[in-house]
Design a protein around this ligand. Structure first.
Ligand SMILES: C[S@@+](CC[C@H](N)C(=O)[O-])C[C@H]1O[C@@H](n2cnc3c(N)ncnc32)[C@H](O)[C@@H]1O
Length: 230
């Protein structure tokens, strides 16, 4: 499998242009972290250097004027970073935990973001009323790669894309179902590699090229209980 390189020049420019707002986001996320566990760190500098920078790496992969859903957004990663850097995007932040959604709404107000909406619920239920509505579905730190592909499939319109942030262990996850993801309507896997904080990280993307062969979404909890590829 050939790994592709992210255009880090585009990323650096977008970060420079929006540095003040991204830094402010890192500060309010660190503060909100004391009220609900939203991210691994309470230090705004670390949040910026590790988490904000990581999310920004995908910016060159997002098409113009896209409707994007961030599944399992937690404290708004990657969705808030993307909305700050790209005001052409319309971003939905989805999370199942109400407390997190309330904090996200506060953060968005403080940041004055007009291109973001917060939705509270499980992705399996959200997909029922948002069937094939998005150009891009994305997730960071949420689930097994195969399960993410099932979550994403009913959300993304044909011709759209999904995108998963992953560490090196994702290649083991990929091996479990590789070559069979057409069953969910996905094709054209691309793996983008980048280095951050002395770690090798990856973004996995597929294209939605046709209808899934199974009825989706399945009921809450079923994607994990009965993985589609087993
Ligand atoms: C480990 S956190 C990652 C948060 C964020 N994406 C990040 O990179 O920091 C996973 C989040 O996914 C949410 N989540 C897990 N399963 C979900 C589901 N089925 N539907 C909606 N949200 C889900 C959890 O509530 C949690 O906030």
């Amino acid at each position: 499998m050939k790994l592709k390189e992210i255009d880090s020049g585009i990323v650096a420019n977008l970060i420079d242009e929006n540095k003040e707002k991204l830094m402010y986001y890192a500060h309010i996320l660190a503060k909100a972290n004391a009220r609900a566990r939203l991210t691994g760190s309470d230090d705004p500098i670390e949040i910026f250097d590790v988490h904000v920078m990581d999310c920004a790496m995908a910016l060159p992969l997002l098409p113009g004027n896209a409707w994007v859903v961030d599944v399992g957004t937690g404290g708004g990663l990657p969705g808030i970073v993307w909305a700050i850097c790209r005001n052409d995007l319309s971003v939905v932040l989805l999370d199942s935990i109400r407390k997190k959604c309330e904090l996200l709404s506060d953060m968005i107000q403080h940041l004055g973001l007009k291109n973001v909406q917060v939705c509270c619920g499980r992705v399996e239920e959200f997909a029922l009323s948002n069937f094939e509505r998005y150009d891009v579905a994305a997730a960071r730190g949420v689930s097994h790669l195969g399960i993410l592909l099932e979550y994403f499939s009913p959300l993304v319109k044909k011709g759209g894309r999904c995108l998963a942030f992953k560490g090196p262990r994702a290649f083991e996850e990929l091996r479990e179902f590789y070559g069979r993801e057409g069953k969910l309507g996905w094709s054209g896997l691309e793996v983008w590699k980048y280095d951050l904080d002395e770690r090798e990280l990856f973004i996995f993307t597929w294209q939605k090229s046709r209808d899934a062969e199974m009825k989706l979404p399945r009921r809450v909890g079923i994607p994990e209980k009965r993985p589609w590829w087993r």
